[in-house]
Design a protein around this ligand. Structure first.
Ligand SMILES: [Zn+2]
Length: 218
């Protein structure tokens, strides 16, 4: 494993993964190279995990909106195609008009939001019919970390970025928020209600935790 060592008058040794995913070791003068190597071997799992996180973050950032870049939609990965198109369309590729040069992010976000609203309305309707739980008003949210929220007037907000996730994951969030219209808190009764509609909801919840970093455009 490659690393760079920086020695100084400091008293403790620390391992740092910088934003290009390189391993930097900051160490006191007296520490031997053998000791450093031993520490790296011992901490290997942590180092690899941190490096992966940094690389994944880099992957979803700095999008250039050029041919071949990948975009998520309902759990599938689509390649971007630029060209003289009239509007954004999704088929075998995600077609992005050349006329949107310099406003790609804005136009693509608007497109995702329009798609999201249509699909979320539909899933709310489907699960309202199944459960009898009623949502007063559905809106999109632009929250950074929250997938959904239901207030005490039964207004539900769903994060538009969920449109990038598979439909079953959207359904989990829809069921979760609809269940809040009858059980406001995350009580045992609440989770029993969710499980009554979606017995494997825990797998969906874990999927969201593991994959949320991919569900974005920047
Ligand atoms: Zn909740």
């Amino acid at each position: 494993m490659a690393y760079k060592i920086i020695r100084s008058k400091r008293k403790t040794i620390s391992l740092i993964i910088n934003d290009t995913a390189d391993l930097i070791v900051r160490a006191p003068m007296r520490i031997t190279n053998e000791y450093v190597l031993e520490l790296i071997v011992k901490k290997q799992k942590w180092i690899l995990k941190k490096q992966r996180e940094v690389l994944n973050r880099r992957k979803i950032k700095n999008q250039e909106f050029i041919d071949g870049e990948k975009f998520w939609y309902l759990g599938n990965n689509y390649e971007l195609k630029r060209g003289e198109y009239q509007e954004i369309t999704l088929d075998r590729y995600l077609f992005l008009p050349n006329k949107y040069t310099k406003k790609e992010l804005k136009m693509l976000t608007q497109w995702y939001q329009k798609e999201a609203l249509e699909i979320f309305f539909d899933r709310i309707r489907v699960y309202s019919e199944i459960t009898g739980w009623k949502c007063n008003k559905l809106q999109l949210s632009n929250a950074k970390k929250q997938w959904g929220v239901c207030d005490n007037s039964n207004n539900i907000k769903l994060n538009w970025r969920l449109i990038m996730a598979p439909l079953t994951i959207i359904d989990y969030v829809v069921i979760h928020e609809l269940a809040h219209t009858v059980e406001p808190n995350h009580s045992k009764r609440f989770w029993e209600k969710v499980a009554g509609i979606m017995p494997d909801y825990k797998i969906k919840r874990q999927w969201l935790k593991d994959n949320s970093k991919y569900l974005n455009i920047e």
